[in-house]
Each structure stands twice: as structure tokens, then as C-alpha cells.
Design a protein around this ligand. Structure first.
Ligand code: PLP
Length: 457
């Protein structure tokens, strides 16, 4: 590999001179220099200095089968030799997206059987927004086009993704969002439940915020509600079990479509193929990406329910939307092989019955008691550690997220890659983590918390 001719210092200098990074303060990056990750194996990533880190984030919530899977490289190589690219416009197809769409229909909820491919989660959410508005126009109700989302939601970084999302800092830089999208409260009991309110009651109240937004606009003006089953980038906010069934009941009552963004939760993360199955809801659209290929190729799949698909096929008319790389043959070949690996190794079942419950218990018994930790929470292999100054009062440290960054930096120094979002530490490891890997991660996290506590108090 040619990078080996460069020293770390040189790579950092070239990086600073030429490479703009996502979600990065470039002044800070230039001062600090980037950490250059050069290779990875199984659950571990390695930087240019050979330092080994347990990857607690599966890359960016995506490398579910872990690193170094030769089968995936071979699938890409074989497909590149056979047919590296052809489009799926103009009534053309290539074999791998066809077979992948069939496979996805098999593992999705029963009434979800059609797939539209893109290259990223953001693109898939653009498609979803376009599709639900197109659906209502085909149904003769073009004015039924408002989308209800949630504050602090993350639906990607394109203009449509940012507009659908509820991140204030992103909205500020947008200079004009896609019109007719509104945001309601998130279902996050730890911060928003009233004194004495049970989780169950809170979940119902948070769902009622969706109903209020529908009534405020008038149901004949509302196209859809969109939500991540578990808010990921917003801090692994896990809703009470009462929330999703109530949201679904409300959507059905007012004939509002239900859009789930499963970009993080799809493909085994929650211990089911999709979180729709974990929370027992039936969506009209499901946005998926990331772990569809375990990040080995960029690919997204918008899964579309029978109701929308029937209107598209019965009413006809061009859906004037698509991407050069919709149904990319190589990305789809890798996805097929990736899903085969997940199935063959029983990774979804393992998360559900073994590593998921063990992870929850380990966080609860070994991490939650720490003086800096307000609560731990998890579903499957997706977890969060809430950093607080005072456990009893839930008071936060000053500096808006500064404390979690201190913990994160110690975690990295101690060999576990984690992410800090606000005051929340996030874990979303590869699904190949075993009980032993979880033990090792917890040991390192507790050490990082001890060191951070010494810094912060
Ligand atoms: N939706 C959710 C829930 C996400 O977490 C993300 C990315 O993290 C996206 C959409 C956007 O996906 P991408 O970064 O592939 O565009």
C-alpha cells in the first residue's frame, strides 16, 4: 500500500492541507492532527502507530460482521470482473440488486416487499420523503404532504436529511429547510418524564405529541411521521415499550404513513433483523443502509410497504427520482454475502439471546454504579452511558458535553473506541463481540471513567 511510504506526520500534514472531514472543526483538526486508522481485524482497529483499539462503534454503526472478511472482498472482486456497473434506469436491471431485493423482502416485516436502492442513509431518506409525497399526490391528495419528525432526530446530512432531522446546530447552518416538516418531543424518559410518571405513561404522552401535531395541521395535511426506532446519533434514546405501538395506532387512526429510519437499527443490531420487529410495529417505509453491507460498500435500501407499492404500480406515472448508483451491482453483491454471513453465523439470534442480555447486564452491574454515571441503557448491542456530575439530582457537568469528551478521550487511550454525543457515551460494537469482548470493553470503560473522574472533580 502506498501510504506506507508516508510517515504519520506527513499523512497528517497532507490531510490538513487537502481533506475536509465530516462534522469536524477544521481549525481544531489542524491543531490536533487526525488519528489515522490503517487496518483492522475482527473486532479491532489499528492506527498508523500500531495502537490497537476495540472498536466500540463498529466503524460508524455499520461494521456488524467485523473487519477482515475475505468473503466480502471476494464477492466484490468477482462482481467487478463480471459486471462492475450498470444502471437500473430505463427498464434495465442487473442480477445482484434483484436478488438482494428478494432477500430483503424475506427478512422484512411481511407487508414490506419492495426496495429502492441508493448509496447512503441520507439518500434513502431523500427517497423516502419524495416517495411519500409522491404517494399522496398519486392518491389525489397532494396537499397531504406535511412530515412530522422529532427534535434531536438524525436522518442524515443532505438538505432533506437535515430538514427531516431535528438537530438544531445542523438547521442553523442549513439556510432554509425543506418546507412543511415539523418536530415534536423525543421519547426520552430520563430527561423528559415528569416526577412520578412511569415509563409506560411517559411513552404514551410522548406518542400523544404526534397526535397533537396531526390535529394541529389537520390530518388531511399530514403525509407521514418519521422516526428512528431508537434515536442513535441523538444519544441512543430508547423509547418505552408503550411508545411505538401507540404511535402506530395514532398514525393508522388519522391515515398518516409510518416511516421508520432503521439506518442504525437494521440488520441485527437490536437482536432482530429490524427494530420494527423488536418494537412490534409495521412501517410503510423503512430506511436502511450501513450494516446492509457491514460498511464494506456504500449501499442503502429503502424498504417500501405494500400499500405504497400498490399505488405506484396500479396508478403508474414516472417516479422522477433516482441515483446513478441505485442498485450498484458490486455493492449489492457484497450485501448479499454480508447477509449470508450474518445468517450463517447466527449473529442476530446471538445478540437476542446471548450477547445482548449479557451486554445490558454488564453495563448495569459494572458501569452504572460509577460516580460519573447517571444511567446505562441498551437494546441488543446498542448502548449508552449517561455522564452526570450528580447521580441523585442528575445534574450535568458544565460545558455542554465537555465531560463526555473527557471520558471518550480516556476510553480511546485505554483501548476502546467510543463516541460522545452531548453528555452521552455511545457503544454500538460489531455483532461478533463475545462475552469476553464485552468484559474487556467494560474493564477499559471503567478505567476511563476513573481517570475522567479524577480530571473532572
Ligand atoms: N439515518 C440515521 C438514523 C443515521 O444514523 C444516519 C447516519 O448515521 C443516517 C440516516 C444517514 O446515513 P448516511 O450517513 O449513510 O447518509
Amino acid at each position: 500500500m502506498t501510504y506506507q511510504n508516508y510517515s504519520l506526520k506527513q499523512l497528517q500534514q497532507i490531510d490538513a492541507a487537502h481533506h475536509l472531514h465530516p462534522f469536524t472543526d477544521h481549525k481544531e483538526l489542524r491543531a490536533a492532527g487526525s488519528r489515522v486508522i490503517t487496518h483492522a481485524r475482527g473486532p479491532y482497529i489499528y492506527d498508523s502507530e500500531g495502537f490497537e483499539l476495540l472498536d466500540g462503534m463498529a466503524g460508524l454503526w455499520c461494521v456488524n460482521v467485523g473487519y477482515g472478511r475475505e468473503e466480502l472482498a471476494e464477492a466484490a472482486y468477482e462482481q467487478m470482473k463480471e459486471l462492475p456497473y450498470y444502471n437500473s434506469f430505463f427498464k434495465c436491471s442487473t442480477p445482484t440488486p434483484v436478488l438482494l431485493a428478494k432477500k430483503l423482502a424475506e427478512i422484512a416485516p411481511p407487508s414490506v416487499n419492495q426496495v429502492f436502492f441508493g448509496s447512503s442513509g441520507s439518500e434513502a431518506n431523500d427517497t423516502a420523503l419524495r416517495l411519500v409525497r409522491h404517494y399522496w399526490a398519486l392518491e389525489g391528495k397532494p396537499e397531504k404532504n406535511r412530515i412530522i419528525s422529532r427534535r434531536n432526530a438524525y436522518h442524515g446530512s443532505t438538505v432533506a436529511g437535515t430538514s427531516l432531522g431535528g438537530m438544531e446546530a445542523m438547521h442553523k447552518q442549513l439556510g432554509g429547510a425543506v418546507p412543511n416538516i415539523v418536530h415534536v418531543m423525543m421519547p426520552y424518559a430520563y430527561e423528559l418524564a415528569l416526577p412520578g410518571e412511569s415509563d409506560h405513561e411517559f411513552g404514551l404522552r410522548a406518542a400523544r405529541a404526534v397526535e397533537e401535531a396531526i390535529l394541529e395541521a389537520g390530518a388531511d395535511k399530514v403525509a407521514a411521521f418519521i422516526g428512528e426506532p431508537i434515536m442513535g446519533a441523538g444519544g441512543v434514546k430508547i423509547p418505552p415499550m408503550s411508545y411505538w405501538p401507540e404511535v402506530e395506532r395514532i398514525c393508522r387512526k388519522y391515515d398518516v404513513l409510518l416511516m421508520l429510519d432503521e439506518v442504525i437499527t437494521g440488520y441485527g443490531r437490536t437482536g432482530e433483523w429490524f427494530a420494527a420487529q423488536t418494537f412490534e410495529v409495521t412501517p410503510d417505509t423503512m430506511t436502511t443502509a450501513k450494516a446492509l453491507t457491514s460498511g464494506y460498500q456504500p449501499l442503502s435500501a429503502l424498504l417500501v410497504g405494500d400499500r405504497i407499492a400498490a399505488t405506484l404500480t396500479e396508478k403508474g406515472g414516472e417516479f422522477a427520482h433516482g441515483y446513478t448508483y441505485s442498485g450498484h451491482p458490486v455493492a449489492c453483491a457484497v450485501a448479499l454475502k454480508n447477509l449470508e454471513i450474518i445468517e450463517r453465523e447466527g449473529l442476530v439470534e446471538r445478540v437476542k439471546t446471548d450477547t445482548g442480555p449479557y451486554f445490558a447486564q454488564a453495563l448495569r452491574e459494572r458501569v452504572a454504579g460509577h460516580g460519573l454515571v447517571g444511567e446505562t441503557r441498551s437494546v441488543g448491542l446498542m448502548g449508552a452511558i449517561e455522564i452526570v456530575k450528580d447521580k441523585a439530582t442528575r445534574e450535568r457537568f458544565e460545558g455542554d458535553g465537555r465531560a463526555a469528551v473527557v471520558v471518550r478521550d480516556h476510553a480511546i487511550e485505554n483501548g476502546v473506541m467510543m463516541r460522545a454525543t452531548g453528555d452521552t457515551m455511545i457503544l454500538s460494537p460489531p455483532l461478533i463481540w463475545t462475552r469476553e469482548t464485552i468484559d474487556l470493553a467494560c474493564e477499559r470503560i471503567v478505567r476511563a471513567l476513573d481517570l475522567a473522574e479524577a480530571d473532572l472533580r
